[in-house]
Each structure stands twice: as C-alpha cells, then as structure tokens.
Write a protein that binds this ligand. Sequence first.
Ligand SMILES: NC(=O)c1ccc[n+]([C@@H]2O[C@H](COP(=O)([O-])OP(=O)(O)OC[C@H]3O[C@@H](n4cnc5c(N)ncnc54)[C@H](O)[C@@H]3O)[C@@H](O)[C@H]2O)c1
Length: 266
Amino acid sequence: MGNLLAGKKGIISGALNSESIAWKVAERCVEEGAQIVLTNAPVAMRMGEINGLAEKCNAPVIGADATSLEDLEQLFTKSMEHFGGKFDFALHSIGMSVNVRKGKAYTDLNYDWMQKTYDVSAISFHKMMQTMWKLDAINDWGSVVGLSYIAAQRVFPDYSEMAESKALLESIARSFGYHYGTAKKVRVNTISQSPTMTTAGQGIKGFMDFFNYADKMSPLGNASAEGCANYCVMLFSDLSRFVTMQNLYHDGGFSSMGMSPALIEQ
Ligand SMILES: NC(=O)c1ccc[n+]([C@@H]2O[C@H](COP(=O)([O-])OP(=O)(O)OC[C@H]3O[C@@H](n4cnc5c(N)ncnc54)[C@H](O)[C@@H]3O)[C@@H](O)[C@H]2O)c1
C-alpha cells in the first residue's frame, strides 16, 4: 500500500490464526514496506497456521515461549542474524489467563495459575524488553508496542485476573519507556483495544455480550483488528517519534463515554 515502514525491521509476536490482531499487524507492516520476523509459543506454532502468514509475509518464524528468557535470547539473536543487524520495532501481542481458561471464579482464584497468567500476559513484556536491552537489539528511535484492554482501569467482572495483568502491562510500558527513552530514544506504548473477535477474546465468558455492549456504547463502534493494525503501523513509523510511555485508547471512543442513549433505548 504505502511505504510508512520502508527500510524498517521488526518482530511480531502472537499471530495464532487469521483472526489474531498480530496477524493483521504483520500483514500491514509488510504492506508498508517492513521486513518482519514472526514468533509464537512452540505449542501455538504446532497448529501450523502461522506458516501461511510467514509465506505471505516472506518472514521466518522463530518459536519462543515469551516467559522463557532463554527462548527470548535465542529469538532476538536469530532475528538479528536474519536481519543482518538490529531491528526497529517489536509487538507484544500475548495474553492468556489460566484461571479464566479453567473456569475459576475471581473470588476463588488459584494463585499458582494467577502467577502464570501474569508471567505470560504481562511480565513477558518486561522479559522481551530486558532481553532486547541486554542484546542492544533495537535501533535508536525504535518503537515497542503492547496490547491492552480497558479492564486495567474499569471493572469488567468476567475479565477476571486479566484486569490486573493489563494494569501491570501498562505500568511496565511506562517504567521501561523511561529507561529505553533516556538511553536509546526507543519509545514504549500500549494500545488499549476494543473487544475483538479473536481466540483470546472469545475465551472470556459473555464475550459476545460485552462486544455488542461496547459496540453500542462507542460513538464510532468497536475498533476492528485491521484498525488496530493501522494504529500499530503508525506507532512503528517515524510519524510517532515523540509518543512514549502512553496507554493509547483505540476503542471508537468507548473510554470517554458515560452513558449512551442508544443503549438506554435497548
Ligand atoms: N481480543 C480482544 O478482545 C482484545 C482486546 C484488547 C486487547 N487484546 C490483547 O491483544 C493481544 C492479542 O490477543 P488476540 O485477541 O489477538 O488473541 P490471540 O488468541 O489470537 O493471540 C494471543 C496470542 O498469545 C500467544 N501466547 C500465549 N501464551 C504465549 C507464550 N507463553 N509465549 C508466546 N506467545 C504466547 C498465543 O499463542 C496467541 O498467538 C493480547 O494481549 C490480548 O489480551 C485483545
């Protein structure tokens, strides 16, 4: 389409299938001229769908469990070998709640599972950045993006422990954003995305209800995965060089709403 990312190189995590937000981000980045490396957990890669995306994007797939420092070190080292040097951007598009998956109520959480949820959904963001930092893997003026949800600020009961995961993710973006900014001019942001029909999204109980509710509540309607991919492209591009340490709502206006006459009518 364009060349907003011409000459740029980046890592895209989290493309599980064609519904995944990361899938759309990968496609859009390549359309805008970027070279990418795809990564996902080995267990997700075994499902095989990512290979079709890899072919389309002319990108290697390097497996990495984002909770494993060893895997991450290998991912970024191999990526730099592939690119012939450092890269410019990275997307963290990873989330999973063990308690939600196993149907545990928020008032009856298993704390070992909760730790695992935090590790996969939030601490992995820190682990990715710390590993890239130690390897000096990102070029100056690079950009790192994580994907969040408004349950970090407001209560969505069925989102359970993922709410705390997202609060932690957003905090890590601010804290690491300070260090990466002062040392390397690298910016770090999270995008707070509308409910989106993906495997992770639909794993939340009552997802369709709050998808429809948010769609009605938002003046622009829910933001799509494709829209989110466009926003990621903008954040990876040089057009957003001074945006950092922000949680950026990409939600059709949902986060600013108090009440909606359309919903009251219903
Ligand atoms: N779908 C929504 O409604 C919605 C809304 C706001 C934010 N988000 C966030 O967007 C991000 C992407 O989710 P999605 O909706 O595209 O769903 P998705 O299920 O397509 O993607 C989640 C990805 O996380 C990966 N993953 C899980 N454990 C991992 C691990 N240990 N190491 C590496 N990767 C691992 C999965 O393999 C999968 O590719 C998540 O952070 C999610 O919380 C989603």
